[in-house]
Design a protein around this ligand. Sequence first.
Ligand code: HPA
Ligand code: ZN
Length: 340
Amino acid sequence: METFGETTTPAALPVAELHLHIEGTLQPELIFELAERNGLELPYTDIDELRTKYQFTDLQSFLDLYYDNMAVLRTEQDFADMTRAYLKRAADGGVRHVEVMMDPQAHVQRGIALETCVNGVASALSTSVEEFGVSTLLIAAFLRDLPEDDALEVLEQLLAMNAPIAGIGLDSAEVGNPPSKFERLFRRAKEAGLHRIAHAGEEGPASYISDSLDLLDVERIDHGIRCMEDETLVKRLVAEQVPLTVCPLSNVRLRAVNTLADHPLPAMLAAGLNVSVNSDDPAYFGGYVDENFRELIAVHELTVGDRALLAANSIRSSFLEDDRKEKLLAEVHRWEIAAE
Ligand code: HPA
Ligand code: ZN
């Protein structure tokens, strides 16, 4: 174990965060700060009252608050401040690379210009390597509960403005909004040279995972935990080493699993699935990546080797160029040697 000054502290596990909604990093303190800066009246008298709303029964109960809270994001500076706060906290927790999702439609719908949200987030990302040592990519996620034509229109606008996006994702209310609804969107994104990912098998059935692969040609699945209900699908995901970006604390808070002790991550790892650990919406679900690891380790036997494998999976499953992947994999290797 490495020593730091007087005390012996384990260094943070170096990871890539691949499943992170930037709007889900908006902390209650910043919500109040931005409301004041923008002269907005919040429907809560103080942070404590706002915090009482963070009790979720399912995905939709979370999404309702998540979209409501976005009302305080008005200017480029607001988006940049939120993004910078995340990057700083993530870096402190060992994140060395992040692929940030943002929800452009959620902002356009409430009258914010596409340029405002994209440029605000992108400006903070552009200085992240120098400021925090964290490399970044931006992914535009589309809201699956809206019509495909709406998504196509926003994608065309993003392409026309040369937005610095590396890929597209698919999020929001999963059940009843199957992958088949977005075939044209994903075809257009591929044609434009963009990477493709989709949420599937969080609340929705295992068939949404295979349909995302077959109909949308995605390169990663966000969540994917319900694959465990389909043995044939697990075999396929193992054979193809499809990356599954798992978010343990999110799954507990949104009641996709009952408790962390019931979480399938150890079984998924044992099955040979390509899983990584991610935070999803850390301001809402009680933890950043390091806290997801800490809480997992408190209830599951995850060896140093298991943790290094989860970290290596995250780096290999990223859309980084090979030389940065190699550098980060070497950091994981050094962490493993020091931790043993
Ligand atoms: N699931 C689906 N959509 C989302 C989530 C999530 O966990 N977070 C933000 N949008
Ligand atoms: Zn998510």
